[in-house]
Ligand binder design. Structure first.
Ligand code: BTN
Length: 252
C-alpha cells in the first residue's frame, strides 16, 4: 500500500506545479503537497481554480509502473469516487458529474465543491508520472460572484466546519485501493462504484467539446466499462463520449 509523504506549505501558485517540480527532482510515488493558499490554481481545460480561503488544495505524485500500462482515465475516475465517498462520510450528499467533478447532489441545481486535475507526461514514449491535483471547497462560506451560482462547499452543505487535513487523509485512504485496482487493469469495481455516484445517468445533458466548442445533447444511458459516457442522441443514435464538459439540461 502507498505510504504518503505529505509536505505542507503556506503558499504556491499551484500544488500541481509544485509536485511536477518534485517529480522532476526524482521524488517518489506518494509524495503529496498541500498548500494553505494557491495564487494561480489551475482547473481543467485551461480554466483557473478559485482558491478562496477555507479551501483544501493538494496534489499527489503517482508513478504507475511502466509495464502496467494503466488507463489514466481510471485514475481520475477513482479520485472522483474517493472524494465523493469521503464527502458523503462527512455528511455531504455528494455525487460525481462525468468525468470527475464532485457535486452536492442533494437538490438541483447541483453545485460543485470539488474538482480534480490530473496531469501526465510522456517520458521517452512511455507514460511518466501522474500529478493528481484535488481541490475541495471545505470551509468556504462565500464565493466570488462569478462562481457563486455554481459553487458550494462542505460547510455550506452541512452547516459544519471540517478539518481539511482529515478530509485530505480520508480521500487519500479511499483512493489507494482504487488506484491499485486501476493498476491491475481491474476497472469493473471502479466503474460499478462510479455508476452508483454518477449524477448524469438518466439525465439529459449537453456535452461540449472543449477544443472545438461543438455541442451535442442527449440522454445519458450509462457509463461503459472504459469510463465512456454513453448517450442516446435526439434521433436515437447512441454516442459514447471520452472527453468533454457536461452540463445538465432539462429537455432533449
Ligand atoms: C477542475 O474541476 O477544473 C479541476 C480543479 C482542480 C483544482 C486543484 S486544487 C489543487 C491542485 N492544484 C491546482 O492548481 N489544481 C488542482
Amino acid at each position: 500500500m502507498t505510504q504518503f509523504n505529505i509536505i505542507n506549505i503556506d503558499e504556491t501558485d499551484s500544488t500541481n506545479n509544485e509536485v511536477k517540480k518534485l517529480a522532476a527532482k526524482g521524488f517518489p510515488h506518494g509524495t503529496v503537497v498541500r498548500a494553505e493558499r494557491q495564487t494561480a490554481g489551475k482547473g481543467r481545460s485551461g480554466k483557473s481554480w478559485s482558491s478562496v480561503d477555507g479551501g483544501l488544495f493538494f496534489s499527489v505524485l503517482l508513478r504507475p509502473p511502466a509495464e502496467m500500462a494503466v488507463n489514466p482515465g481510471m485514475i481520475t475516475l477513482s479520485a472522483g469516487i474517493a472524494a465523493a465517498e469521503t464527502a458523503r462520510s462527512f455528511g455531504v450528499k455528494a455525487g460525481v458529474k462525468w468525468p470527475n467533478d464532485v457535486l452536492a447532489g442533494g437538490r438541483k441545481p447541483y453545485r460543485k465543491f470539488c474538482g480534480i486535475l490530473a496531469e501526465t507526461s510522456a517520458e521517452d514514449g512511455v507514460s511518466g508520472p501522474v500529478v493528481l491535483g484535488i481541490g475541495v471547497n471545505v470551509n468556504i462560506k462565500k464565493f466570488p460572484t462569478d462562481i457563486a451560482g455554481i459553487a458550494t462547499s462542505m460547510y455550506l452543505e452541512t452547516g459544519g466546519a471540517f478539518d481539511s487535513v482529515l478530509i485530505m487523509e480520508s480521500i487519500l485512504q479511499a483512493f489507494t485501493p482504487l488506484y491499485y485496482k486501476a493498476l491491475d487493469g481491474d476497472s469493473a469495481l471502479i466503474i460499478a462504484r462510479y455508476k452508483q455516484l454518477c449524477l448524469n445517468i438518466g439525465e439529459v445533458v449537453t456535452l461540449t467539446n472543449t477544443v472545438t466548442g461543438e455541442r451535442i445533447t442527449g440522454l445519458v444511458l450509462d457509463v461503459d466499462g472504459g469510463g465512456g459516457l454513453v448517450m442516446r442522441l435526439e434521433y436515437g443514435s447512441v454516442y459514447t463520449a471520452w472527453s468533454g464538459e457536461v452540463t445538465f439540461n432539462e429537455k432533449l
